[in-house]
Design a protein around this ligand. Structure first.
Ligand SMILES: Cc1cc2nc3c(=O)[nH]c(=O)nc-3n(C[C@H](O)[C@H](O)[C@H](O)COP(=O)(O)O)c2cc1C
Length: 411
């Protein structure tokens, strides 16, 4: 007979806000703050979520569809629902990190975006069977970037995501979390007051330590040179900071190099402006993500959902356009699709799920979004996400923001 406490918390959560509240209770403060992220005033990170609430709709009372479809193809990959895992440098949220996220992505039939700043290697992640897209920043010289692309291709990834929207903005008004260079005994003693009360989080890592003999790694194994140890997070960040920013010729080089190495799709992530969307088309990309890095790049960038529709209007007939930033519920996904996104990518939503309940927590998040999409379609009387149009939404005047000039500038 089980003597489980009747007051034990049900690990399932009903909304992403509840998952976030659990993550907040569970994680040491610096780890929670690292996921919260944001830059400068935190204006864009807030705007990303708030803008979805500005879009409304009016549901039907009868005549809804009994069957509602939400499958979609993105860059040749069949998705069971139009929600993709956006790459994030997960760090010490959970001992299984990106491997747990990849397993959840595979079990729910979606793409796993793996950050080059991830704490698990691309080989460990593709071994889960998840359809993985590898993400790269413009960091290091071309030879090193080719080595990284070749390694990702050998590991079996199915596409490349180049994320270029990063301006190294420094300083947050609410202060940045301390991220240790290495997690050794000295660091643990120093940070003990912040982690000592986080019993469940410590227990998870204790279990992982007993099994593997390793402490959580704050290194970036996918940025290691062949035969060398993985750089620390700060070592990797320094290389990135000191790499001269890419030109549009460099972007075209990256696209072409990836095409020759792998022949699989290339997505440019972080486009905010219509003129950049045109340039991305000229550089030969297969897809772009309209994104402001979840409000972590230049603060004051408008909400990603406001930038979406003009970009779709400009290039949506030439390449696939997805968006990310602020998605916290299925209704947000429906709104983004109605404004022309082929799919959305999520960041913090699954990180909260991972922190709250590991792989099952990420699956919980994907299930909640699926359920919310289904409710949205039902209320709107639609049988499929393919039927979604801007006319299904109440869009306040001035909602859309046209970023940048219209005329394409050749690379
Ligand atoms: C903690 C954190 C780490 C991130 N790391 C990366 C990264 O390594 N590479 C990348 O392309 N984007 C990264 N992003 C941005 C996400 O991929 C995505 O664009 C963003 O989180 C979407 O906004 P959302 O969190 O509101 O869903 C990160 C975001 C967060 C919150």
């Amino acid at each position: 007979m089980s003597l489980e406490s009747p007051w034990k918390q049900n690990p399932w959560f009903e909304s992403i806000a509840v998952a976030q509240a659990r993550a907040r209770r569970r994680l040491p403060r610096p780890v929670y703050d690292a996921l919260l992220a944001g830059s400068e005033r935190g204006q864009t990170v807030e705007a990303n979520q708030a803008a979805f609430a500005d879009l409304g709709w009016v549901p039907h009372v009868a005549g809804q569809q009994a069957e509602r479809a939400q499958t979609r193809t993105l860059l040749g990959v069949e998705l069971s629902s139009p929600v993709v895992i956006s790459p994030t440098g997960v760090q010490a949220v959970h001992p299984d990190g990106e491997v747990a996220v990849a397993r959840a992505a595979a079990s729910r039939g979606t793409i796993m975006g793996l950050s080059n700043f991830a704490s698990k290697s691309v080989e460990e992640v593709t071994a889960t069977g998840a359809t993985t897209f590898f993400q790269m920043y413009w960091t290091g010289d071309r030879d090193v970037m080719v080595q990284r692309m070749e390694r990702a291709h050998r590991a079996g990834v199915r596409g490349l995501i180049a994320t270029l929207d990063w301006s190294f903005s420094v300083g947050r008004d609410w202060g940045s979390p301390e991220i240790p260079e290495r997690v050794d005994l000295r660091t643990m003693v120093r940070m003990a007051p912040q982690v000592a009360t986080k019993v469940r989080w410590m227990r998870q890592f204790g279990r992982a330590f007993r099994e593997t003999g390793r402490l959580p790694d704050l290194t970036a194994p996918n940025l290691a040179r062949p035969g060398e140890a993985a750089p620390t997070f700060f070592g990797a960040y320094y290389q990135w900071m000191t790499t001269p920013p890419p030109s549009w010729h460099d972007v075209a080089w990256m696209v072409e190099t990836w095409r020759q190495i792998s022949g699989t799709p290339f997505m440019l992530k972080g486009v905010s402006r219509v003129d950049d969307a045109h340039r991305a088309v000229d550089a030969g990309v297969d897809a772009i993500s309209v994104s402001n890095h979840g409000g972590n790049n230049l603060d004051g960038t408008p909400a990603a959902i406001r930038l979406l529709h003009p970009v779709v209007g400009a290039v949506g007939d030439q390449i696939e356009v997805v968006m990310d930033g602020g998605v916290r519920r299925g209704s947000d996904v429906v709104k983004a699709l109605a404004l022309g996104a082929r799919a959305v990518m999520i960041g913090r939503a699954y990180l909260w799920g991972l922190a709250a309940n590991g792989q099952a927590g990420v699956e919980n998040v994907l299930d909640l979004l699926r359920g919310g999409i289904d409710s949205g379609l039902m209320g709107l009387g639609l049988a499929s996400i393919d039927e979604l149009r801007p006319e299904h939404l109440l869009i306040p005047e001035g909602f859309h923001v046209h970023g940048g000039v219209e005329a394409p500038v050749r690379i």
